[in-house]
Design a protein around this ligand. Sequence first.
Ligand SMILES: Cc1cc2nc3c(=O)[nH]c(=O)nc-3n(C[C@H](O)[C@H](O)[C@H](O)COP(=O)(O)O)c2cc1C
Length: 201
Amino acid sequence: MARVLINFAHPALEKSRVHSQLLRVVKNIPGVTFNDLYEQYPDLDVDVAREQKLLEQHDIIFMQHPFYWYSAPAIVKQWLDLVLEHGWAYGHTGKALQGKYFGNIITAGGAAHSYEPDGHHGHTVHEFLLPFMQTAKLCNMHYTAPYVIYGVHRQDTSDIQEDAARLKQVLERLRDDKFDLTPLPGLKDLTQILQLPAQTR
Ligand SMILES: Cc1cc2nc3c(=O)[nH]c(=O)nc-3n(C[C@H](O)[C@H](O)[C@H](O)COP(=O)(O)O)c2cc1C
């Protein structure tokens, strides 16, 4: 079994409609470790040793967060800046993360078609996530295709429940170690690698 870590970042969980529901599922999957970064570090004072130890103990690492300004909430940047130290994560002696998988689980207000190259946002979510992809590469990790839930503003409670059930399936498949996660050219979403039906919204 693969050891899966979810580093979760939402600065206002009390106002969240989507992640608050996703968490009810994600927090309770055996074999999947849930790490709430804002809960741990409300002042952004990230405990580097704790976070590095967690990374060392897992094979697949996800940053789960809402898409904010084509990127992530602030603590994700703080976490990257502090935790991925030279000599540990990268550089000649920085091999602690070698061979692990790294990816993003994202909810976006924009609909899937708005993230087509000719859509409203002008670029795909994958293009916006380039810094994460290259960061993973520099740290000797494989970047997995991201898992994106699009169009969340238009979703009602039952849509979100469906999303949560689907995310559970994805995480269980990853945990059970049945797939090669290295993204293949042309794959748009983690669900394609895991051979799950595509999101229709
Ligand atoms: C500060 C901020 C920035 C946002 N930026 C984007 C964005 O760049 N693209 C997008 O599709 N949605 C954007 N959104 C919408 C959020 O992604 C959406 O509200 C969130 O995924 C919903 O999850 P929640 O109910 O758990 O908060 C933004 C929302 C906020 C508050």
